[in-house]
Design a binder for this molecule. Structure first.
Ligand code: FES
Ligand SMILES: [Fe+2]
Length: 459
């Protein structure tokens, strides 16, 4: 009979601002279940992480014109992301300064002002209070800036991706992104004009902690098991021509793909080295979807030698780029994780289209975008459901209080397996959990910090 395990007293909350001993809860090779299940930790994350570091909000193409807006969240804070009349992008709190109701109940639109549905206070889209019904009922000067809508003080874009933080001491976004910016550049620059435009999204909600999704974002260990039915479907008619994620099937760690951690919780998994470097190399890998043969024949007829380079634009870029805590680029999708509660998360997959910048024929742009929509129907519907099933079942498993730890030690302690480069970035084989060990160091750094958070209002 194997030795019985002693049951520890559960960790207790410390006084003051130090909620827990974070070094105990997150160790080099394992993390305590409480970080996924404790409402107090979740609450602290909503300020220290979602607020304390740069969080992805939206893409500029979702608000292309002046006065366009969309509603989003920063952690649990409801926001209106608006491009004001002067073209400035702002993240306004979707919260009336009178009694606190949300001001805007629409997902998106175009408006110069927002009128509160409760008592009719009216605000410009700069956040300034424009007027209140029957002002003679107030002794106070209603032009006091305290009545202007709160806004996130730091909103910055990187090549169309809008991030925000409340932390006045956070590095400028570009420095925060560091070397992952170059990988984002590569993801964009293969498209005409180095651009994409966001189209609609597949929206999922799962009963599990938000970190379960981020922990999976660079995980190459689960693919052959969790996505087995998808792999089999993708390859049923492929014969020797392995499709989709087939390079995970046999010995993924000996493939040229790898994972790299670039700092600040950010990492990417690069499957591009698995590809044949030729026009059509990416297209050849794309799993079967409706209309493919027809489009391929039509492209060859219309564009001759250029056909396969164009068809590659409809292929799913084989890289997963993850910016902590809530943003991923994978295939042609932008995936965003939105915490809803300690055990509930939205996982949203935005599709992207290419734009007509004159560098490729216009009719090819339309057809490539039609094909990209087929990829939007692929992985989000047939792969994400596998992942979400795992997240929900992990959350269930972690309800057992006595079995405390989750392990992230794959690749840990094996000489020469995980390599640290001169710039501090870290490379490991595709199935290693080095990415998770590293992003948890960033999580811990943020949870230990007392971030210098602020909001601002128009003067
Ligand atoms: S709550 Fe907005 S006007 Fe009263
Ligand atoms: Fe997965």
């Amino acid at each position: 009979m194997t030795a019985l395990e002693k049951i520890n007293a559960p960790p207790t909350r410390l006084g003051g601002t130090a909620l827990y001993d974070w070094d105990y809860l997150v160790q080099e090779d394992r993390a305590h279940r409480l970080i996924y299940t404790d409402p107090a930790i979740f609450e602290a994350e909503m300020t220290n992480i979602f607020g304390g570091t740069w969080t992805y909000l939206a893409h500029e193409s979702e608000i292309p014109n002046d006065n366009d807006f969309i509603t989003r969240r920063l952690g649990l804070r409801p926001l209106i992301i608006v491009r004001d009349a002067n073209g400035k992008i702002r993240a306004l709190y979707n919260r009336c300064t009178h009694r606190g109701t949300t001001l805007c109940r629409w997902d998106k639109g175009n408006s110069k002002s927002f009128q509160c549905p409760y008592h009719g206070w009216n605000f410009l889209n700069t956040g300034k209070l424009r007027g209140v019904p029957w002002p003679e009922g107030y002794a106070e000067d209603m032009r006091d800036p305290k009545y202007n809508i709160a806004q996130v003080p730091r909103v910055e874009s990187y090549r169309g991706f809008i991030f925000a933080t409340l932390n006045m001491d956070a590095l400028p976004l570009i420095e925060h992104l560091g070397s992952i910016a170059k990988i984002i550049d590569e993801w964009l620059d293969r498209n005409p004009g180095g651009k994409v435009v966001v189209c609609e999204a597949n929206r999922f909600r799962y009963k599990g902690n938000w970190k379960l999704a981020y922990d999976n974002s660079c995980d190459g260990y689960h693919v052959a098991y969790s996505h087995r039915s998808l792999l089999e479907t993708e390859n049923r008619f492929a014969g020797e021509n392995a499709k989709g994620m087939a390079y995970y099937r046999n010995s993924p760690d000996t493939q040229p793909m790898y994972m790299r951690y670039t700092g600040r919780g950010n990492h990417f998994k690069d499957k591009r080295p698995n590809l044949e470097k030729r026009p059509g190399g990416l297209w050849a890998l794309e799993s079967a979807h409706p209309g493919m043969e027809h489009y391929e024949a039509e492209f060859i007829r219309r564009y001759g030698d250029r056909a396969f380079a164009l068809l590659d634009l409809a292929g799913s870029e084989p890289v997963n780029i993850n910016v902590f805590p809530n943003f991923s680029l994978l295939g042609n999708h932008i995936q965003v994780f939105e915490p809803v509660g300690v055990e509930e998360t939205n996982a949203i997959w935005y599709g992207t289209m290419i734009v007509d910048d004159g560098s490729i024929p216009s009719d090819a742009v339309t057809d490539i975008n039609a094909l990209r929509m087929r990829t939007q129907e692929g992985f989000p519907n047939f792969g994400e459901v596998d992942d979400i099933a795992n997240f929900e079942q992990i959350q269930r498993g972690l309800m057992a209080p006595e079995d405390e730890w989750v392990y992230m030690n794959r690749g840990f302690g094996i000489p020469d397996r995980v390599k640290t480069h001169d710039d501090g970035s870290i490379t490991a084989p595709a199935t290693d959990e080095a990415f998770m060990r590293e992003h948890f160091k960033e999580w811990k750094r943020l949870m230990k910090a007392r971030p210098n958070l602020a909001i601002q209002r128009e003067p």
